[in-house]
Design a protein around this ligand. Sequence first.
Ligand code: ATP
Ligand code: MG
Length: 357
Amino acid sequence: MSDKPRILTGDTPTGSLHLGHWVGSVKRRVELQDSHDCYFILANMHAFTTRSDKPQEIRRDSIEIVRDYLAMGIDPAKATIFLQSEVPAIAELCFLFAMLLPFNRVMRNPTLKTEIELKGLGETYSFGFPLYAVGQTADILAFRPVGVPVGEDQVPHLELTREVARRFNQMYCKVDEHAKDEEHVALGGVFPVPRADVGKVGRLVGTDGVNKMSKSLGNAIFISDSPKEVQKKVNRIFTGRQSPTEPGDTGNALFQYVDAFITDEARVAELRDRYSRGDNIGDGHIKAEVAEAINAMLAPMRERRAQYEGRDDLILDILRDGCARANRTAEATLLKAKEAAGLGFWPRTLDLGAVRR
Ligand code: ATP
Ligand code: MG
């Protein structure tokens, strides 16, 4: 096993990946894959929270996300990409962790509340919906990572994870309640208290100019979009500005894109200056530059993606290999956790190969 510091993060297969994923999390993953032992989870069980009636779509999206990962530069020789549903230790830890969290604490999570509202779940969401927030603590802690590269919306979830880690270590590993987060493992805790590693753009707004760019909200520019689609969607970004001579607000949605995707900093400064003064610079002009910058960034991704088009066989091989590696790590954690919690009878006795009759 690797002695590099470990990170874990991932995505729910509710659709293909978009620019929000790139700036919020995946870019950071690509940067870290040489220096860190990386685990990337496809939370396919959690996709059932809102799409339990569409298992085939969840399966298709899981494969599609791996294609996006490969396009964006994640290298399966360096990073472990795996399916949540193939790692049983996660579900077992989820059950144990659910006992450590007050019910009301889970329901107070602001990300859950926003999701219930934005996805119109009303009062009809399943029992499993809030349970996914607990499940996510297990997704993470099963790998005992030090850091979790995520977008801003995930910070409340990560706070829950940090609470579970502390509580477990205090309750079952005799870690003092005043111990600093960084010291938990040195003091005998099973779990490190992982920190959120939020990307430069923690919350990219969608092309509606209002909500977070999200696969579920129809306001996303996808990594797999064609250059034309990118231009069309960028043109839709709403600013409300009327003319090129009207002083514009550089805190608007369009300028979030300028900052996130135009790499020439001098040019960004110039655009900001002229826009805020209304120096004869139209939104249309800026949108054209933004789309060009996004397309330049996506061009090598499109090329890499083409190698995996129609090659689900290669993707399934990557996943099978990743699941095997993920299980090796997660099983070791589960054993430690069970031993600490007085459940350490034997190493796994489940071995279907041993059944003779
Ligand atoms: P869904 O609408 O199904 O919740 P999503 O688009 O929010 O999908 P997730 O799978 O929930 O995507 O999130 C995966 C990761 O990408 C998380 O770390 C999340 O914070 C990050 N992320 C998603 N959207 C954005 C965004 N618009 N800006 C920054 N980070 C984002
Ligand atoms: Mg989300």
